[in-house]
Structure formats: C-alpha cells, structure tokens
Write a protein that binds this ligand. Structure first.
Ligand SMILES: Nc1ncnc2c1ncn2[C@@H]1O[C@H](COP(=O)(O)OP(=O)(O)O)[C@@H](O)[C@H]1O
Ligand SMILES: [Mg+2]
Length: 266
C-alpha cells in the first residue's frame, strides 16, 4: 500500500532574515500504485514536496500522510532516487541492488533471486560484478532505480532522476522506467521539469505555479494513454508523435508559459 496525501500543506522558509512562502495550500492525493509527475518552474517547491514525503522536511501548516499516517521521519516504506547516482562505490552492481534487502534481513537465496530479477528488468545483465565507476551515468541510475524497486517500498520518490543524463540516454531510461513501472505498479511521485517526460510516464501530471508554489492544475494523462493505446507503441517517439500526446504536452506548456508571463509582468 502507498497512498500519499497532502492536506492544506503550507511551507515557509526563512532566508537572510526574511520569511517567504515556498508552498501554499497544496492538496493532493496520490492513489495506491499511481504514477504522478510534478512539473513546475524552478524554485516552486517540487523538491520540498518530495522531501516532506521522504520525512526530511515538514509542513509549516497542514499535514502529509502515507496510508493515513502522518510522516514524522524517513522510513523503508518510502524509497528515494535522487538526481545524483547515490550508489556505494565500493560495492558491485549486485551488492548495491541487494544492500537494502540484506539490511531488511532477507535470506541470501531469496535476495539473489530478487536481485537477478531487477538486473534482468533494468537491462543490467552481465554487469552484476561491475563497480559503479565502471558504468556510465545511465547505467548507474538504472542500478539506483533497480535498488529502489527491489526494496519493494509502498512509495517511490524520484527527484529529477534523469536530469543529469544526456538526451539519448534519457530516452532509453524513460522507456526502461515505463516498462518497469507497468510490470511492477507502485506508487511513484516523480519530479521533473521535462514536460514530455511527465506526460510519457505519468498517470496524472501536477502542474505547479511559480513561487509561492501552488497546484495550478492536475492533468489526467492515464485515461488518454489507455484510450489511445500508447502502451502498445514500442518507442517513446511514436507516443510523442500521436495527436493526443501533442495535445496534452501543449496544454501543459501553456500552463507553464502563463507562469512565465505572470513572473515577467510582476
Ligand atoms: N531549507 C531551506 N531553507 C531556505 N529556503 C529553502 C530551503 N529549501 C528550499 N528553499 C527554497 O524554497 C523554494 C523551493 O525550493 P525547492 O523545493 O527546491 O524547489 P524546486 O525543487 O521546485 O526547484 C526555493 O526558493 C528554495 O530556495
Ligand atoms: Mg528541485
């Protein structure tokens, strides 16, 4: 289970003696096994929202719950994938993926099975014994994602996980992730500033306003994806070529552009 709720969440920060509002009145429910992407201008509070679910940050007012329980600290029910590939450099690919399982006390034979499954799913076959420094950035991030999924958390939190990758690698990763997400549905909160990435991956896209961050609109992508059969298309560029994809992407771009315009007018 992994149902995330933001209820009337506000967050103020103080910097240089001045207090400012970073997030205002955020209300959002991410359903169990739903893939929700958050897009919005830089500084609108996306990372802060994610850190609240991770238990690394707290609202100034309102509350954030997972399965009805208010979040008070980090926990194994919520796994985080950051932009930087946070792997243990001294451990192999297989050891990195299995590390959390070992900590949970999973017996070795079972652990080996789970690790092998995610190595296969993430296209890491043949690299089991490699060390992170021997891998490209894309491969390292596959290991990080495999490690998070292998832990089988109720909630997966990803903060611009492909932000540091080149465009080509990024596309491959998006295809890998959507395959993984379809085969292992989990509750995912995915932050990105790439609109196409959000529309391609998510069931719903939350569009935020510029600072102070509020939810401007929640765009339902999942119903369009199902109705238009995007998942039957093999490659991302085929999905991106469909009229339904272009329509959603353009809609979200307009919402974001309005933010830009109000920022310039202010
Ligand atoms: N611990 C903090 N102290 C002061 N200001 C912060 C802190 N964390 C974030 N902020 C500010 O809050 C705003 C939102 O930050 P963040 O959540 O990182 O935005 P985003 O991820 O959307 O770019 C920014 O203006 C940022 O500088
Ligand atoms: Mg951020």
């Amino acid at each position: 289970m992994g149902c995330i709720r933001f209820e009337n969440v506000h967050r103020d920060f103080t910097r240089g003696g001045e207090t400012f509002q970073a997030l205002v009145d955020v209300n959002l429910e991410v359903r169990d096994r739903e893939f929700v992407a958050i897009v919005g201008p830089s500084g609108c509070g996306k990372t802060t929202l994610m850190r609240m679910v991770a238990g690394l940050e707290f609202p100034s007012a309102g509350r954030v719950t997972v399965d009805g329980r208010e979040i008070t600290d980090p926990g194994p029910d919520r796994a985080v994938v950051f932009q930087a590939f946070a792997l243990f450099p001294w451990k192999t690919v297989a050891e990195n993926i299995g590390f959390g399982l070992k900590c949970k006390g999973m017996p070795e034979a079972e652990r080996a099975r789970v690790v092998a499954r995610y190595i296969e799913l993430m296209g890491l076959g043949g690299y089991e014994k490699a060390f992170p420094h021997q891998l490209s950035g894309g491969m390292q991030q596959r290991v990080a994602i495999a490690r998070s999924y292998a832990l089988d958390p109720g909630v997966l939190l990803m903060d611009e996980p492909f932000g540091a990758l080149d465009a080509q690698t990024r596309v491959v990763m998006q295809e890998e992730l959507i395959r993984l997400a379809r085969q292992n549905p989990r509750t995912v909160l995915f932050i990105t500033h790439a609109v196409e990435e959000a529309v391609y991956l998510a069931d719903r896209v939350v569009v935020m306003s510029r600072r102070p961050g509020r939810i401007k609109e929640i765009v339902d992508v999942g119903s369009v994806r199902r109705a238009e059969g995007w998942d039957r298309l093999e490659h991302i560029e085929e999905v991106m070529d469909t009229a339904s994809f272009v329509h959603l992407r353009t809609h979200i771009w307009r919402l974001l552009r309005e933010q830009q315009a109000t920022a310039l007018a202010a």
